[in-house]
Design a protein around this ligand. Structure first.
Ligand code: FES
Length: 108
């Protein structure tokens, strides 16, 4: 049986207006540093600390669905967290996200 999580299992992280298309919005929730990314109107949630060292990817460069680390230029697909090029080798953690009204919620 496929059970959908209820909204109560999600944590509000920001408003839709905080994340215009083509931007990354950093949020800290429950000790987790993640970012909400808007790819042409589709939102996703992903860890924002690079898995290579500790650069904050929300200060990097977003082109389509790829973020480039500002420190050593690894690229990650923010939809899946997968690494696109070295030196990073470990993927980013991604999170389920839903929008209710004008608010954005993430399942931690
Ligand atoms: S800290 Fe991101 S690639 Fe090195």
């Amino acid at each position: 049986m496929n059970v959908q999580p209820t909204l109560s299992e999600y944590v509000k992280v920001c408003e839709l207006s905080d994340v215009p298309p083509g931007t990354m919005h950093p949020v800290d929730v429950a000790g987790i540093r993640l970012m909400i990314v808007n790819i042409e109107g589709t939102l996703c949630a992903v860890d924002r600390i690079c898995t290579h060292e500790t650069a904050d990817l929300s200060t990097g460069f977003l082109i389509d669905s790829e973020v480039t680390c500002p420190l050593h230029l690894s690229r990650f697909d923010v939809r899946t967290g997968t690494v696109q090029n070295p030196p990073a080798t470990m993927p980013l953690r991604t999170y389920k996200l839903r929008v209710e009204g004008t608010s954005v919620y993430v399942q931690l």
